[in-house]
Design a protein around this ligand. Structure first.
Ligand code: SF4
Ligand code: SF4
Length: 135
């Protein structure tokens, strides 16, 4: 079940994955001797029950509506908001951000490893970095 969920998060989900998860969840519930095992599939069952549309978006459109699955998003700098403070540039672990002081910065999406450092640092005063859907 973890492998299937991991694939879905990466945009590698397949038609039938949700049905397979439901089948496996029932199998785990029925085949477990203790309460821990019997309830272990509940997070999956609950998310399918209440967030089925999110599973569908991931599997059918390779899209994460919450913009949280790293393989399905990019980070981008909002031109109107960036003040060129250089905080993000200095903190990026892979040198994916370029720009000069007091000028608009930019993120090289091919270098970015989606560590989230820049968006966190810029979330206070300027809020100039946002996640966007890749597909
Ligand atoms: S931290 Fe935010 S405001 Fe500062 S340069 Fe980076 S994107 Fe621009
Ligand atoms: S998310 Fe991490 S790797 Fe990507 S640009 Fe921001 S700091 Fe650099």
């Amino acid at each position: 079940m973890l492998d299937i969920l991991t694939d879905i998060k990466k945009g590698k989900g397949k038609t039938g994955d949700v049905d397979l998860l439901l089948e496996l969840a029932e199998g785990v519930k029925d085949g477990s001797l203790c309460g821990l095992g019997q309830t272990s599939p509940n997070p999956v069952l609950t998310t399918i029950r209440f967030f089925k549309d999110e599973y569908d978006a991931h599997i059918n459109e390779r899209r994460c509506p919450a913009l949280l699955c790293k393989e399905l998003i990019n980070y981008q700098i909002i031109p109107d908001k960036c003040e060129g403070c250089m905080l993000c540039l200095k903190s990026c672990p892979v040198g994916a951000i370029s720009g000069i002081k007091k000028e608009l910065h930019s993120i090289d999406k091919d270098k970015c490893i989606k560590c989230g450092t820049c968006i966190e640092l810029c979330s206070g005063k300027y809020k100039a970095i946002e996640p966007v859907s890749k597909y």
